[in-house]
Design a protein. Structure first.
Length: 135
């Protein structure tokens, strides 16, 4: 239901923004074209800013790659040290692709330890609740 309300809201906004005559259409298209040309020629007008932006983006990409490598190394070290490593894909004989990795064995359920129980119910709490007039 909320989806329909949101959709109706955005359709209403869209209809309100639609131009009503050809003069408004030409004005909107002219404004959009000017904005696009302004964005497209930004680097021509501000070469130093674009060069700085490219350097910052390159540093960001390098940091992202380093972080990903660091995480992968930590995961590989953890799985190797605990012995719970997931087996990797196995190449099929004759170059026929990659064999899927078998599913992990299910874990055994843990047993309930009643010696450390935190049971705080009183005998009154354990009595059956009222069941209605037919009881």
């Amino acid at each position: 239901m909320m989806f329909l309300i949101r959709t109706a809201f955005w359709l209403m906004i869209l209809v309100l923004l639609l131009p009503t005559d050809e003069e408004q259409q030409n004005q909107i298209y002219g404004t959009a074209q000017a904005a696009f040309n302004d964005v497209a020629s930004f680097c021509d007008r501000n070469p130093q800013t674009c060069a700085t932006g490219q350097e910052v983006f390159a540093v960001f990409v390098q940091k992202t790659q380093y972080g990903a490598e660091l995480v992968m190394t930590m995961v590989e070290e953890h799985t190797a040290s605990t012995g719970n490593g997931v087996p990797g894909p196995v190449a099929m004989p004759g170059g026929g692709g990659v064999m899927p990795v078998p599913a992990a064995a299910p874990l055994a359920p843990t047993t309930w330890d009643e010696t450390n129980s935190q049971d705080t119910l009183s005998p009154d709490d354990r009595e059956a609740a009222w069941g209605g007039p037919d009881v």
